[in-house]
Structure formats: C-alpha cells, structure tokens
Write a protein that binds this ligand. Structure first.
Ligand code: PGA
Length: 144
C-alpha cells in the first residue's frame, strides 16, 4: 500500500472522539506518515504508541503550519475533528485550514463517519492522483 501523509487535528472537546477513532484504526494509521497539531499529536502518540510529527499547537499556529504543508503538497489526507458547538480563539485559522484543503483538493473528514468512509475507500489504499485546478491565472494577475 502506498504510504500517505495523514494530518490529524482535534479540538479539545473532540480529542476523545479522535483518540477512540484512531485506536480503532491503529493498523491503518501505523502504515502511514502522521502529522498533527501539538496537543492532538501528543495524546494520540501517547495512546497509540505511534510516532507522529507534531507541529505547534493549533491556537499557536499549528493549523497554519498544516495549511502550509498542504500548499507544499506534503499532505494527502486531513482528519480534522473541529468542534461544531464551541467557538475557538483561532477560528480564523480553522477556517483557513479547511479552505486551503479545499483549494488543493485534499480529502477531509470532520467526523468519525466520514473518516471511516475515507480510510475504507479503495482509493485510500491506492496511489491516488489528486487533481488540482489550474491556478495559473491567479499567479499571473497584473494590477491595472
Ligand atoms: P491542538 O490544536 O492539537 O494543539 O489542540 C488543535 C486545534 O485547535 O486546531
């Protein structure tokens, strides 16, 4: 199975759901390269005894670091359990991460059911070539 780079993020009240999901899917996760925002990475690493590349904590810029990795083509899949019932101090970053994942056509799961569908897709086991729209016109804009 081709190794994928999978990013894991969960807001505080969603961390238990991500831990539970990750435990259930430890075999799958253990075959891939894992990235996570700081606190999420810390708890998953401890609970699953898996090595994870931990970025900064989300509120301190970890979401933006992940976004930069997506732009650089370094992330294949984003599992992001954001909290639908509580505002976050870094809501603009949360929105930015979700937005940039869409811009670069990264598969994103924001709850356990979607995460289950995502990793159980046959495409998750294959060398999937994600299409990215032609953004060249955005790069070549000239100001009048
Ligand atoms: P954390 O950040 O993993 O450091 O808690 C997650 C987030 O709030 O985006």
């Amino acid at each position: 199975m081709p190794t994928k780079s999978i990013a894991l993020v969960a807001h505080d009240r969603m961390k238990s759901a991500l831990i539970e999901w990750s435990k259930r899917n430890r075999d799958f996760l253990s075959m891939h390269t894992l990235y996570a925002t700081g606190s999420t990475g810390g708890v998953i690493e401890k609970e699953l005894k898996l090595s994870i590349e931990k970025l900064e904590s989300g509120p301190l810029g970890g979401d933006q670091q992940l976004g930069a990795k997506i732009v650089a083509g370094e992330i294949d899949m984003l599992i992001f359990f954001w909290d639908p019932l509580e505002a976050q101090p870094h809501d603009p970053d949360v929105r930015a991460l979700l937005r940039i994942a869409v811009v670069w056509n990264i598969p994103v799961a924001c709850n356990t059911a979607t995460a289950d569908f995502l990793i159980n897709s046959s495409l998750a086991q294959s060398d999937y070539k994600r299409e990215v729209p032609n953004y060249q016109p955005y790069r070549n804009r000239t100001l009048k």
